[in-house]
Structures are given as structure tokens and as C-alpha cells.
Design a protein around this ligand. Structure first.
Ligand SMILES: *Cc1c(COP(=O)(O)O)cnc(C)c1O
Length: 420
């Protein structure tokens, strides 16, 4: 059982709401830093171990800077993410570029930054060669096909659009070596929000065995193994968090058995996790606009799926608490909804909660990754502010809320002068 608490009491949240208005995402700096340290510590046996934080999970420069200070790199998958990483101060191989269906200009930018380029497709070799040129260091994303099962969020590997296949992977490294690449990495990402420890140990086994096979069949020595992201978090109070120490110990055992015994040590091991790094330390704070009684009882919030899309998109569970009513019995069953004209705009369905009244604050938990970042403007909805609860207890605005001028900023009205 993991208790879902907020780092602040109702009175403190009300004070923040009075200053910044609701809704807002609030991130807990102290918890993020402690968690980042614990993550690195768990794998400290690994040669050059580092997590490359998946920028897409929370592309806010303040959050990225905190993680950089804690020794993390970044995983980028688009030009704007590369630019953001550079602006925050990430350099060279602190940056991994893991994209798919990639345009040439993104390879050029990744190459300019000296990032580790992780190719998703064997056809990208040509795109890379013609745009950025063959880099000294190259990595491939491996898709194991039907030898592994994925999970609900990411689907079966053989149905996934990502990565080079088992038949292609050796050839891919051979080609790159023939073209002059000197240093090689191997990457995979086969799960999303996975909570089973053994899954990640098995991923390590798969990659370690593949490294041996690549060496034997092509002579290519892999120096970097990227285990991808996808470590899950306990969104539900009765979910069990992964045990990083158990995953790490399992990996270390296999590293000795497979890599060291083949004389392939040292190989650098990295992850590119987003969710487990910041997910549990973000909160979407909203205010109740209305409580409506129809065929069911609805709690209508001042946020909507533009602020947090996961429940509507994947039916994902996010825990909800009502500040000040933490100890009230969960005596009422509500659908907790947003204001978007889509019936899927629900944060929770048939959720037992304390009796709720208009004006109550509501906290939606675990929004620190894949939360604000997935927002959009459909239905004229505007994205909220992001706030940081600093280590010193002070609250800082780290992204303002969108306003109506932002909404209109990209539009050219029909009678406007044509700008050439
Ligand atoms: C989304 C993504 C990640 C991060 O996934 P998490 O579930 O946040 O850990 C890492 N790598 C790639 C290639 C991704 O697409």
C-alpha cells in the first residue's frame, strides 16, 4: 500500500491557488532530487551508469536543470527537444537522440550537438549519411519481435513501429562499421509503465546476449547499452512500486555471467526513464466548479483532459484526493470530469470519494510525467501553469498558464494582410 499524500496542506494549496489560480501542476523539487539520487545509487555498480531523462515526460527547463544537476542526461526525440536540452546546458553524449520516422534536419542538429544518435530503422542509415554524415558513435534501437511480450500501453513488439528487427540488427551494425563508425550502442524499449521487476532483468538478459551475438557475428564491440525507459509507478494505492535494488542486482548478476565472462567488460549501461523519475512528484491541483446529479453524480473541475490526458487516452488510473477531507469516509461515488465536449473527458469513473462541494480543491496525483506535456488546445482549452515547490519551501512559477492571446497567436484571420 502506498499512501497518496500531497506535500502541502489545504491552507497552503489555497494560498498558492489565490496567487496563481487553478488549475496548476505542482512539482516537488526535494522529492525529485532525492528520487534521482536514489535511482543513480541503485545502479552505481554500472560502469558510467546514467539515466537519460525522457524530455517528453516533462519538458520544462527548470525540471531538466534539476535533473542535470543530479547527474542525469536527456533523451530527446525531436528538434525542439534537442534545442531545449541545449538551452538547459546538456552537452554531447549527455544527450541521446531516440526518434522514429526522423527528418534529416533532426539528425543534423543531433550531430551538431554531439548527441548519441539512436537509429530506429535500417533505412535511417542512408538518411543520416546524406544529412549529418556518418557519426563516429552510433546506436540502434532493437525490436525483439515475438521473442518478447510488451504490455498494454506499448503493445506487442512485433506490432510496434519501432526498432530494427532480429534479422536486421547484425547487418545494421556491419553496415555502419563498413561506413566508418567507430563506437556502437544498443538500445531497446519494449515496455511502458511496467511494474514487474523481472521484466527489466529479462530485458537486460536479452540485450547482453545480443551484444555477445553481435560481437561474434560482426566483430562489432558494443560500448553502450541503453535499457530504454518504461519503468512503471504505482498509480493505484494498492500497486507495488518496482524494487530498483532487485532489478539492479538481477542485472548485475547477468552482466557478470554474460558480459564479463565473454571479456566484453566494461560496457556502459544507461536507462532513459521519464515516468519513474518525476511522475509521482507532480500534482494537478484543480477546483470543483459544480457537482451535478444526472443519471450519475458528476464532479466538474476547472481542468480537463487538456491538462492531463492519460485517463481519457488510456483509461489510466490517477488517484484523487480532496485536501481537507483526507480523513472523511469515501461515501460517494462520482465521475470526476473536465469541461471538454468529449464524454471521454473524465479523470475518474465511479470513484469513491468523500462528499464533494463546489469550491473544493481536488488533487490529481502522479502527474509529474506525461501530464502537462501531453496537453493540447482542442475545444479552445488552454494549458495550465506549472509550479515548482522548491527545496526551501517557496513556490515558483516555472511555466505560466496559456492565455487567449497564445491561443490566437498562430492564426491568420481571413482578412489579415498576407505576410510573405
Ligand atoms: C517515452 C519514451 C521513454 C520514457 O518512457 P517512460 O515510460 O517515461 O519511462 C524513453 N525512451 C523512449 C524511446 C520513449 O519513447
Amino acid at each position: 500500500m502506498n499512501e497518496k499524500r500531497t506535500p502541502l496542506k489545504k491552507t497552503e494549496l489555497e494560498a498558492i491557488a489565490a496567487k496563481y489560480t487553478t488549475p496548476f501542476h505542482l512539482y516537488d523539487e526535494k522529492a525529485i532530487r532525492e528520487n534521482a539520487r536514489a535511482f543513480h545509487k541503485a545502479f552505481s555498480w554500472g560502469h558510467g551508469f546514467k539515466n537519460h531523462y525522457a524530455v517528453k515526460a516533462c519538458p520544462n527547463p527548470t525540471i531538466l536543470k534539476i535533473l542535470h544537476e543530479e547527474g542525469m542526461g536527456v533523451d530527446c526525440s525531436s528538434l525542439p527537444e534537442l534545442v531545449l536540452a541545449e538551452k538547459v546546458g546538456f552537452r554531447g553524449e549527455e544527450i541521446v537522440f531516440s526518434s522514429n520516422d526522423t527528418p534529416p534536419e533532426e539528425f543534423i542538429e543531433a550531430n551538431r550537438l554531439g548527441a548519441v544518435i539512436n537509429l530506429d530503422d535500417i533505412g535511417h542509415i542512408e538518411t543520416l549519411e546524406k544529412s549529418a554524415g556518418i557519426s563516429e558513435m552510433i546506436s540502434f534501437r532493437y525490436n525483439p519481435g515475438d521473442t518478447r511480450t510488451g504490455n498494454v500501453l506499448i503493445g506487442l513488439p512485433q506490432e510496434a513501429k519501432y526498432g530494427v528487427t532480429r534479422d536486421q540488427v547484425i547487418e545494421a551494425f556491419r553496415i555502419m562499421q563498413a561506413k566508418g563508425a567507430k563506437r556502437f550502442g544498443l538500445h531497446t524499449m519494449v515496455a511502458s509503465n511496467e511494474l514487474k521487476n523481472s521484466y527489466f532483468v529479462e530485458t537486460a538478459r536479452m540485450l547482453f546476449e545480443l551484444v555477445v551475438k553481435i560481437k561474434r557475428e560482426s566483430g562489432v564491440c558494443i560500448e553502450l547499452i541503453n535499457m530504454g525507459g518504461g519503468i512503471g509507478i504505482p498509480y493505484r494505492p494498492d500497486d507495488r512500486a518496482v524494487d530498483l535494488n532487485e532489478i539492479s542486482a538481477g542485472m548485475q548478476k547477468l552482466y557478470k555471467k554474460i558480459i564479463i565472462s565473454e571479456g566484453l567488460d566494461p560496457i556502459k549501461i544507461v536507462f532513459e526513464c521519464g515516468r519513474i523519475i518525476t511522475g509521482p512528484y507532480g500534482y494537478l491541483v484543480s477546483r470543483v466548479r459544480q457537482v451535478a446529479r444526472k443519471y450519475k453524480d458528476y464532479v466538474g473541475l476547472d481542468s480537463c483532459m487538456a491538462n492531463l490526458m492519460r485517463p481519457s487516452l488510456y483509461g489510466a488510473y490517477h488517484h484523487i484526493t480532496v485536501p481537507g477531507k483526507e480523513n472523511w469516509p469515501a461515501s460517494h461515488i462520482y465521475d470526476v470530469t473536465g469541461s471538454l465536449c468529449e464524454n471521454s473527458d473524465k479523470f475518474a469513473i465511479n470513484r469513491p470519494l468523500p462528499e464533494i462541494e463546489p469550491g473544493d480543491l481536488v488533487v490529481i496525483h502522479d502527474t509529474g510525467a506525461h501530464g502537462h506535456a501531453m496537453g493540447f488546445n482542442y475545444n479552445g482549452k488552454l494549458r495550465s501553469a506549472e509550479l515548482l515547490l522548491g527545496e526551501d519551501g517557496a513556490v515558483k512559477l516555472i511555466r505560466r498558464a496559456e492565455n487567449i492571446d497564445d491561443y490566437f497567436s498562430t492564426i491568420r484571420f481571413p482578412d489579415a494582410p498576407v505576410i510573405v
